[in-house]
Design a protein around this ligand. Structure first.
Ligand SMILES: *[C@@H]1O[C@H](CO)[C@@H](O)[C@H](O)[C@H]1NC(C)=O
Ligand SMILES: *[C@@H]1O[C@H](CO)[C@@H](O)[C@H](O)[C@H]1NC(C)=O
Ligand SMILES: *[C@@H]1O[C@H](CO)[C@@H](O)[C@H](O)[C@H]1NC(C)=O
Ligand SMILES: *[C@@H]1O[C@H](CO)[C@@H](O)[C@H](O)[C@H]1NC(C)=O
Ligand SMILES: *[C@@H]1O[C@H](CO)[C@@H](O)[C@H](O)[C@H]1NC(C)=O
Ligand SMILES: *[C@@H]1O[C@H](CO)[C@@H](O)[C@H](O)[C@H]1NC(C)=O
Ligand SMILES: *[C@@H]1O[C@H](CO)[C@@H](O)[C@H](O)[C@H]1NC(C)=O
Ligand SMILES: *[C@@H]1O[C@H](CO)[C@@H](O)[C@H](O)[C@H]1NC(C)=O
Ligand SMILES: *[C@@H]1O[C@H](CO)[C@@H](O)[C@H](O)[C@H]1NC(C)=O
Length: 334
């Protein structure tokens, strides 16, 4: 086998020359140090989160020490906020590892900057670009809070008379209190629509930034309708602003006590012959027209009555035609 030396591989001296030329081009020029690869990091705060920063030297080989340090104060979010990297003249890069501290502190998104610097200023070595990286640690440890009721699971209220009564709902925002958080509640499960007894029946409760506890007043309406005990449930339905709802304490029951128990005559007219000795006029409470029990009966109630007679001879007259056998005009329901 024979090949022509002119057309095949370049001759040995030429190869050496080419390599030399390449080498010279590669190694000539100023020595620069810079970050290489990824320069923007977005990470979660976990104990296994490590950020890899690659520092690269270009240009003329040199023994280089470069410093990576955080901008500003050490906030405790990283194990190390300062690292020195030595790149010997035989290598071109070094990787620096920065570990994130997994604390239990609720924090919103935070962005940090790390800068590359050279400890010794030198005429032949300079900083290239990029010379900074940013690290964003995402909000963590429930930065925006966990919302729940902070009150007993059942509260009992009396329907007010002639005025509106408040039911204070106490809510807490545990852990973080960053940002504005809006909680939507709804009252449900009652025997009738909640609007008839409570106001508002649904709405939004706002936690302003930094706020960890608040009291929201519901109004119990005085509807003047005789009712039995009514049970309603207030639910936290939804939350906006990054918070969560603690599902073990997301509802409270409101019991509105029986109210507006009616007191009434059983019969509106009695016609009796004169021979009858005693006429019993029944007055009852806590029953509706059909005789069904309604309203509370655990408290003493007193009712006053008056006897009104006509003036003409056609009307029966008190103490003439009949006597009131009651000691006084007050009837007491114990
Ligand atoms: C952070 O964690 C959440 C879940 O905990 C995950 O969905 C998300 O992808 C993670 N983000 C990064 C940048 O690792
Ligand atoms: C780098 O350091 C080594 C060991 O100290 C030394 O032998 C070498 O000459 C240095 N290189 C340069 C370019 O100064
Ligand atoms: C870093 O240096 C190693 C050898 O030390 C090399 O294999 C690698 O390609 C270099 N990486 C970069 C990004 O220059
Ligand atoms: C209210 O919250 C505080 C603080 O978290 C807690 O100690 C207390 O037990 C809570 N009370 C109720 C009734 O949930
Ligand atoms: C509560 O907030 C949600 C979303 O922000 C909104 O759609 C809704 O209309 C609000 N409800 C009330 C009663 O204000
Ligand atoms: C809630 O009602 C209580 C009285 O029960 C009152 O002192 C308080 O000021 C009310 N709060 C609001 C925000 O209306
Ligand atoms: C939810 O509330 C329960 C009862 O108060 C409490 O034990 C639990 O720690 C809370 N959960 C969260 C995630 O805060
Ligand atoms: C009955 O007559 C007297 C005197 O005329 C009068 O003062 C009184 O108001 C009358 N009563 C009724 C119930 O009409
Ligand atoms: C009415 O009489 C009852 C006894 O039947 C008595 O207990 C009550 O105190 C009396 N009330 C008045 C206002 O005199």
């Amino acid at each position: 086998m024979s090949t022509s030396p002119g057309l095949g591989m370049p001759s040995a001296p030429l190869l050496v020359y080419l390599l030399l030329a390449l080498f010279i081009q590669f190694t000539s020029g100023e020595t620069e140090v810079k970050f290489s690869g990824q320069t923007e990091f977005v990470v979660n705060e976990t104990s296994t989160t490590v950020i890899r920063l690659v520092i690269e030297r270009t240009g003329k080989p040199a023994n280089i020490t470069a410093i990576v340090s955080i901008d500003g104060e050490n906030t405790g979010d990283f194990f190390d906020t300062y690292a020195a990297a030595f790149i010997p003249d035989t290598e071109t890069n070094r990787t620096v590892y920065i570990s994130v501290c997994d604390d239990d502190l609720p924090e919103a998104d935070e962005t940090f900057t790390f800068y590359l610097t050279l400890p010794k200023p030198s005429a032949t070595i300079k900083l290239g670009s990029p010379k900074s990286v940013t690290v964003t640690i995402l909000s963590n440890d429930n930065a925006f809070g966990i919302i729940s009721f902070n009150m007993s699971a059942l509260i009992t209220v009396n329907e007010p008379r002639g005025r509106n009564e408040f039911v204070p709902l106490t809510l807490i925002r545990e852990r973080g209190t960053y940002g504005t958080v809006i909680v939507t509640f709804e009252i449900d499960d009652g025997p009738n629509p909640a609007e008839e007894d409570l106001s508002p029946a649904r709405g939004n409760i706002t936690f302003t930034p930094g706020r960890s506890i608040l009291i929201y007043n519901l109004t119990v309406l005085d509807d003047q309708v005789p009712e039995n005990d009514e049970l309603f449930v207030v639910y936290l339905r939804n939350v906006e602003g990054g918070a969560e709802i603690n599902n073990t304490k997301n509802s409270v029951q409101i019991s509105i006590k029986k109210n507006d128990s009616p007191v009434r005559f059983v019969q509106s007219a009695y016609m009796v012959p004169e021979e009858v000795d005693v006429v019993t006029i029944q007055v009852i409470r806590g029953k509706d027209v059909s005789g069904k029990l309604i309203g509370p009966d655990e408290h003493e109630v007193s009712v006053r009555y008056a006897i009104i007679t006509g003036n003409s001879t056609a009307h029966a007259q008190l103490n003439v035609d009949f006597l009131d056998l009651q000691p006084n005009t007050t009837i007491i329901f114990p």
